[in-house]
Design a protein. Structure first.
Length: 171
C-alpha cells in the first residue's frame, strides 16, 4: 500500500472515530503502548559498536513518537552516517525499517520479532546494479548487548554473504 493511501486511511479512521469517542466523553487512544510495539526496545540505547573487536562506530537509538518509532542515528568510524526509522505496522502485523545513509543508499526491510531476535528482510540494488536480497538480524543478548548481523544474497537466498557483523555495547 502506498504511503499516501496509508496516510489517507489513517486520517479517515481518525475523522470517523474521534468525534464518536469525544461525544461519549472518551478520548481517542493514540500511541503505541501495546507489547508488540515494545519488541524492538532492546535496541534503544547509546552504543559503541565493534566488528571483530575493532571499533566500527557509534549508534544512538532512541524511542520516539510516543513509542511508535525506534530511530537509529549511526556514525561510522570511517565517516559514514545513516539513520533508520523502525516501526510496527498493525495493518500487516510486521515491522518495517527504512534506512538512508549519507551516500544516498537506502533499504526498506520488513520482518518480525521472535526468539529474542528481530529479523528484517528486503531487496536493494547490489554493486552491479542487480537486485540483491538483504537480511538483518538483531540478536537480543542476555548480557544486554546486541548483535547485528547483516547478510546479502545475489542468488535469491541460496547463498548468503556477511556484509556486517557488529556487536553493540552500551556506552
Amino acid at each position: 500500500m502506498s504511503r499516501m493511501r496509508w496516510l489517507a486511511r489513517i486520517a479517515g479512521a481518525l475523522l470517523f472515530t474521534a468525534p464518536s469517542l469525544l461525544a461519549q466523553g472518551r478520548t481517542p487512544a493514540f500511541g503505541c503502548a501495546a507489547a508488540v510495539n515494545r519488541q524492538f526496545d532492546f535496541w534503544v540505547g547509546d552504543w559503541s559498536v565493534t566488528v571483530g573487536g575493532q571499533p566500527a562506530g557509534t549508534n544512538l537509538v532512541t524511542s520516539e513518537e510516543d513509542g511508535c518509532v525506534v530511530h537509529e542515528h549511526w556514525n561510522g568510524s570511517l565517516g559514514g552516517t545513516g539513520q533508520s526509522l523502525n516501526f510496527y505496522d498493525t495493518a500487516i502485523g510486521k515491522w518495517h525499517q527504512l534506512w538512508v545513509d549519507n551516500q544516498g543508499n537506502y533499504l526498506h526491510l520488513i520482518g518480525a520479532f521472535a526468539d529474542d531476535r528481530m529479523l528484517l528482510q528486503g531487496t536493494a540494488p547490489g554493486p552491479d546494479g542487480k537486485s540483491q536480497q538483504q537480511r538483518l538480524t538483531f540478536f537480543k543478548n542476555r548480557d544486554g548487548s546486541v548483535r547485528q548481523l547483516w547478510e546479502t544474497s545475489a542468488d535469491e537466498g541460496r547463498h548468503w554473504a556477511v556484509a556486517f557483523d557488529g556487536l553493540y555495547v552500551r556506552k
